[in-house]
Design a protein. Structure first.
Length: 209
């Protein structure tokens, strides 16, 4: 399978806590914490429903930040690589100003990559022979896979998903999960964010072999 191109559809940092107190999380506070100008504040809608508070950054930033019962989610849909994204800086601002750091449980990085191939995807490469035997001479139209594994004290969750009606494209998703109760160095977090992206790049490149 020859890879023609890749496109980052979304980068995400998800942080787990035992709980999050939503009381101090207001639209005004979030806009202040993330350093929005007066003009940017007018273009950053704030949504609140039971259990969820979310700030949509101005359109040119293509980011949003959400607080759930025990999760902080930060999304970047700008297409930037992790080394150029300021998502970790946003994580730092939220962690220092909007949550109780002592309730931290874990954090993880999510990468969603749209992969385009030169020829229609051979879905058989994602499926083991035992499962393929179920076809019983039938024709495989689409297929994907999910694999959860541990390496270097991290948990990886890899998913390959076909796109209906797009035989030359699929989505490669990787989650890299860290169980931690304390963060002291956000430079390390940035390095881990970049390393996780290198991991999914390595996986995609292996699909060409």
């Amino acid at each position: 399978m020859k890879i023609k191109s890749q496109e980052i559809k979304q980068l995400n940092i998800t942080v787990l806590f035992t709980e999050i107190d939503h009381t101090p999380i207001t639209a005004e506070k979030m806009r202040e914490v993330f350093g929005l100008s007066e003009e940017e504040k007018k273009k950053s809608p704030f949504f609140e429903i039971p259990g969820i508070k979310s700030l949509i950054m101005p359109p040119e930033k293509q980011k949003d930040i959400s607080f759930e019962a025990n999760r902080l989610r930060l999304n970047d849909k700008s297409g930037k690589e992790p080394k150029d994204s300021d998502l970790v800086q946003d994580f730092y601002k939220a962690f220092e100003n909007l949550v109780d750091k002592t309730k931290l449980v874990a954090y993880g990085f999510n990468y969603d990559i749209l992969v385009t191939t030169e020829e229609p995807v051979e879905y058989r490469i994602f499926i083991g022979e035992k499962m393929l035997s179920i076809l019983n001479s039938g024709v495989l139209s689409e297929g994907g896979m999910r694999m959860v594994y541990r390496k270097d004290n991290k948990r990886f969750d890899l998913q390959i998903s076909p796109i209906v009606g797009q035989p030359k494209q699929f989505i490669a998703h990787l989650n890299v999960h860290y169980d931690v109760a304390k963060i002291e160095d956000f430079t390390l977090i940035q390095n881990q964010f970049v390393q996780g992206y290198s991991e999914i790049q390595k996986i995609i490149s292996q699909l060409e072999k």
